[in-house]
Design a protein around this ligand. Structure first.
Ligand code: C2O
Length: 628
């Protein structure tokens, strides 16, 4: 009996290896015109003339090869495969200035990697905050050994997204501007499902769907529910979990949920599938914004499509309740626990930046991975990566803990590349910093088999504690997956097992990866500053602007900036306030004026929201009733 079992196992593994395939995708990225919300046509980044861009499909064990050709004309791009561990192929992770140089216009670049994990993922550009312009789509890895395989009949992929009528480069420059000192994020113009609205999904009664829900948004989380139905959650971010029933989930940008949805046994009626963008994220809700998107489960083509109804309150499922199917136990107490405090603040140029422990991310001159590969034993010294990449250098095969304290009144979805992580604790709104006393006095206990995922929400002024094992040598970013906050610096760089990484990747970086650097004129050797002689000398590295002179407040900057912009544009009346609240010295005033002028010389339009009217981000409310 035992022997038979072993034999059977051997046969299955043989079967899976021999079935392994090469999945080749030839992707030419270029512009196409689309109008997905029916309100505004614009150009979007398509692939092979298609948009929505094609999904990538693979089966566990496959090798995926993506031949990328950049035909955007005037800008670089890249592709990142969100959630894949990329074990042994950190150089294929697709992050510009971390694991490769950006792929220049009119050039090609090949990604090639093995897929070792099943689940629901996505892929997106990881350059210059550009994926909300359309370069993002599903990546699905099928599993011949899916433990829930006998529980569903069909599979369905459903993307959620926010949508902007304007292109990212313009939005980013108005976001990161002295005229937006509170850091108010551009608000999306609409919400989409499968990159459209009012999608009709034909269904039959008494069938079970494995629905893979992916939020590919640049900013907005969505509440998601299906009227008249509940569902069972079996997968989050690629990790199988024991089925738990829910009627509403909250899906942040970059998160995925795999749910089992069983249709009714009666096909007389149709039902709305609703996605509602979380408006708590928006500083100002513009008039006329429809935060919701609706699709339909169509049981009966003769019957009408219902109008989605109001919900009194958003009460989404709490993902922390989930338990992974593999029952992986809580990792042992770590040797390294790293605490990061998140805040938003202004620097000397008047712009509002985002910080982990007072460091805002600035891309290094040399992609961090290439610094690892060319710095020998000094690769374990964080100095070589430059202060503004916020390097966190890890030893191999350790349990690592990250404690994140959110000192911002906003919600943020944090994502770690190259890993999933165990979620040990998460504080409610305004719970303040993590306090390990809570463990010793028993107010908090860690779950024995913690939920695992790769993107986790932190609550306003709350915290979370996560753990993972540093068993995957590589350069991996940890960042907020709100693209605005990537742009304003809410990123740190995990340099995991650099010495092992050097061995793993010795001689393995393909020539077209270096060609990208050459074409862009970017160095690919030495420390963050490109110094190959004295690796500990990072003079000349890219750095963030200096601190704001004391005495300045965001309001003060608004006032000052608006007086300058008003002067420049000849605007007759600008209403502002706050000037009386600041008392900078004459010298500081002059310094700041010079900085502001330098920065604002490129500002022609004062965009959308009048910065002086922008509420600061201290909105406490959440879960309010919203009409749907
Ligand atoms: Cu979806 Cu840094 O990634």
């Amino acid at each position: 009996m035992a022997l038979a079992k072993v034999l059977l196992l051997a046969l299955t593994s043989l079967a899976t290896t021999t079935l392994a395939d090469v999945r080749q995708y030839d992707f030419t990225v270029g512009w196409v015109d689309r109008n997905p919300d029916g309100q505004h046509e614009r150009r979007v980044m398509g692939i092979n003339g298609q948009w929505p861009i094609p999904a990538i499909y693979a089966t566990v064990g496959d090798q995926v090869v993506v031949n990328l050709k950049n035909e955007l004309g005037d800008r670089p791009c890249s592709l990142h495969f969100h959630g894949l561990y990329m074990n042994g192929t950190s150089h294929m992770d697709g992050v510009a200035q971390s694991t490769q140089c950006p792929v220049p216009a009119n050039s090609s670049f090949t990604y090639s990697f093995n897929v070792t994990q099943p689940g629901t993922y996505w892929y997106h550009s990881h350059v210059d905050g550009q994926y909300p312009d359309g370069l993002r789509g599903p990546l699905i890895v099928h599993d011949p050994e899916n433990p829930y395989a006998d529980q569903f009949d069909e599979e369905l992929v459903l993307t959620l997204s926010d949508w902007y009528h304007d292109e990212m480069p313009g939005l980013i420059s108005s976001f990161l501007s002295v005229t937006n000192p509170t850091g108010a994020e551009p608000v999306p113009n609409s919400a989409l499902m499968n990159d459209t609205q009012n999608l009709q999904i034909p269904v039959e009664p008494n069938k079970t769907f494995f629905m893979r829900i992916i939020n590919i948004a640049g900013f907005a989380a969505q509440y998601f529910w299906i009227e008249g139905h509940t569902f069972r959650i079996i997968e989050v971010d690629g990790i199988y979990h024991k089925p738990l029933e829910a009627d509403m989930i909250y899906v942040t940008a970059a998160q995925r949920y795999g749910i089992l949805l069983t249709t009714k046994n009666d096909s007389s009626e149709n039902f709305a599938i609703v996605g509602a963008m979380d408006q708590d994220l928006f500083d100002v809700v513009p008039d006329g914004l429809n935060p919701n998107v609706t699709s339909y489960l169509v049981y009966n083509t003769e019957a009408s499509l219902p109008n989605a109804t109001f919900v009194d309150e958003f009460k989404p499922f709490d993902d922390i309740l989930l338990e992974p199917t593999d029952e992986l136990a809580l990792f042992e107490d770590p040797i390294l626990s790293y605490t990061v405090d998140v805040k938003m603040d202004n620097l000397k140029d008047g712009v509002n930046y985002a910080f982990f422990n007072d460091v805002t991310f600035v891309r290094p001159k040399v992609p961090t991975l290439y610094t690892v590969l060319t710095s020998g034993n000094l690769s374990t010294d964080p100095t070589v990566y430059g202060i503004n990449t916020h390097p966190l250098v890890l030893d191999h095969n350790q349990v690592v803990e990250i404690v994140l304290n959110n000192h911002d009144p906003g919600k943020h979805p944090f994502h770690l590349h190259g890993h999933d992580f165990q979620v040990l604790a998460r504080g409610d709104d305004d719970s303040g910093d993590w306090d390990s006393e809570a463990l010793s006095n028993g107010t908090v206990t860690y779950p024995a088999t913690p939920m695992r995922r790769d993107t986790l929400l932190v609550r306003p002024n709350g915290h979370f504690v996560i753990r993972f094992r540093s068993d995957n040598p590589g350069v991996w970013l940890f960042h907020c997956h709100i693209e605005w906050h990537v742009d304003s610096g809410l990123t740190l760089t995990v340099v995991e097992a650099p010495l092992q990484l050097q061995q793993q990747l010795a001689g393995k970086i393909p020539e077209d990866h270096y060609d990208a650097c050459r074409a862009e004129g970017m160095p690919y050797e030495g420390n963050a500053a490109g110094n190959t002689v004295n690796l500990l000398d990072t003079q000349g590295m890219n750095m963030s602007p200096g601190l704001l002179p004391t005495g300045f407040t965001p309001r003060g900057i608004v006032a000052l900036t608006f007086s300058i912009v008003a002067g420049l544009l000849g605007v007759a009346v600008i209403v502002w306030y706050g000037l009386s609240e600041i008392t900078p010295t004459e010298q500081e005033r002059e310094e700041s004026k010079i900085d502001a002028l330098a920065k604002s010389s490129g500002i022609v339009e004062v965009t959308g929201v009048n910065a002086a009217e922008v509420d600061t981000k201290g909105k406490a409310g959440h879960g309010n009733a919203r009409p749907v």
